[in-house]
Design a protein around this ligand. Sequence first.
Ligand code: MG
Length: 278
Amino acid sequence: MTTFRAGALTDTGRSRAVNQDSLLVVDGRLYAVADGMGGHRGGEVASALALESLAGTLAEPSTRALVASVTTANAAVYTRSAQDPELRGMGTTLIALALIVGDDGQERLAMANVGDSRAYRYRGGALEQITEDHSLVESLVRQGRITAEEAANHPQRNIITRALGVDPQVEVDSWELAAVPGDRFLLCSDGLFNEVEPDVIAAILGRIDDPDAAVAELVRLANEGGGRDNITCVVVDVLDGPGSAEQADARVDVASEPDLGAYGPATQPQPAVSVFDE
Ligand code: MG
């Protein structure tokens, strides 16, 4: 049986008036971070509504159900945005980790991602980003037009190419990972990784065992680094589980729509930029 322990913290940061990030912890089952955007109350409403919808609609422990719930969350934000002029154009990122039972009956972790919030896996002293950013700078890096270093300080690094709630349909990245005892996952908004270098994040995750203390230190460092955006961190430790490290390296992509993202050959017209994270 797979068991977890988790720590979670969200913080307004030093320069924003409100916190438009939201987080979700349904202990032992579902963990998520959402980073909302949109004027007035839009960002706050979008991220909170998306996670409320996710928590309320995840019907069964499967990757298919997780993706269906994210799709439902997209519809919830999109519909609300269309109904309320003050919320028009709002959107949110969403990164989620859920415990699921695979087709073979074994417990695994399913992940779903839209936008530029991130998931990292920390194992054996190494930190690995396991999500792909749906951002303009990431697509420029992939096209070889800028370097990863240039992306980190790019003036347009806040522009994302995919978000929940801005279109009736959304493409969701989803995949499964083995539940390996000792693995530590970090879900976070860009307010963390734009302020704190990956090697520092890795050092904190390696040094601070207690997940509540680890997220507190990550948030503190993001504020110390400038705190220019809202900061949200969820650390999930896999205490027990049926997986092995060898297995975890075989990623299984499931339930994903055909990739119409900014990188491959497009099969239909796509907006270059959907949402500005101001
Ligand atoms: Mg942000």
